[in-house]
Design a protein. Structure first.
Length: 198
C-alpha cells in the first residue's frame, strides 16, 4: 500500500474520530450546562425560600415589637390616668373648706383617738382649724365617752392635710397623703376597672 493511501486512511480515521470526540464533548457540555442550569434554578428557589422565610420572621418580629410597644404606651397612659385620679382626690382633700375640714378631723379623732394623745398637724392647719379647735375636739371626745385631754402640736413642715395621733411613743399617721396611698393600694384595680371598662 502506497504511502498516500496510508496517509489518506489516517486522515479519514482521524477526521471520523475527531468528529466523534467533538460530538461527545458537545453532548457532555450540553449535559453539564443543563445540570448547571438545573442546579442554579434549585439554588435560586432555595435562596428565595430562605429570603421569604427571613422576611416573614422579620415581619412577625416587627409586628410583635410594635404590638408590645403599643401595649406599653396604653399601659403608661392608663397608669397616668389612675395617678391623676388619686392626685385629684388628694387635691380636693387639701382644698376642702375650713369648716368641713375641721368637722372631718374631729370625727377622725373620735374614731381613732382615746382622748389623751398628742395630735400633730401641719403649720398651714393652724389657721384652717381655727380658734378653739382643741376645745371642740376634746368636747366631742367626751361626748363619745372618751377622755378629752388631747394636746395639740403643729409640725415644722406640711403633712399635706390630715393629722398624726401619738400616744406612748406610737404614732398613727392619718395624714391625707398617707391615707390616699393606703386607699390607692386597696382600690387601684377597682379604679382602673371603672375607668377602663369597655
Amino acid at each position: 500500500m502506497p504511502l498516500e493511501d496510508i496517509l489518506r486512511k489516517i486522515e479519514e480515521t482521524s477526521s471520523v474520530e475527531s468528529r466523534k470526540i467533538l460530538a461527545e464533548a458537545e453532548d457532555k457540555g450540553q449535559k453539564v450546562a443543563s445540570a448547571a442550569r438545573e442546579e442554579a434554578s434549585l439554588r435560586r428557589e432555595q435562596i428565595l425560600g430562605e429570603a421569604r422565610a427571613q422576611a416573614g420572621k422579620a415581619e412577625s418580629l416587627s409586628k410583635a415589637r410594635s404590638n408590645a410597644h403599643r401595649r406599653q404606651l396604653i399601659l403608661r397612659e392608663k397608669q397616668e390616668l389612675v395617678d391623676s385620679v388619686f392626685a385629684m382626690a388628694l387635691t380636693e382633700l387639701a382644698q376642702m373648706p375650713p369648716a368641713e375640714y375641721r368637722d372631718i378631723v374631729i370625727r377622725a379623732l373620735c374614731s381613732f383617738a382615746e382622748g389623751n394623745e398628742s395630735v400633730t398637724f401641719g403649720p398651714e392647719d393652724e389657721a384652717r382649724l381655727g380658734v378653739g379647735f382643741i376645745e371642740a375636739a376634746n368636747a366631742a371626745l367626751q361626748s363619745a365617752g372618751k377622755d378629752g385631754r388631747l394636746t395639740l402640736v403643729f409640725a415644722g413642715s406640711s403633712l399635706g392635710g390630715g393629722l398624726i395621733v401619738t400616744s406612748g411613743g406610737v404614732s398613727q399617721n392619718l395624714a391625707f397623703p398617707t391615707l390616699v396611698g393606703r386607699l390607692r393600694d386597696e382600690m387601684e384595680m377597682e379604679v382602673a376597672r371603672v375607668l377602663f371598662a369597655s
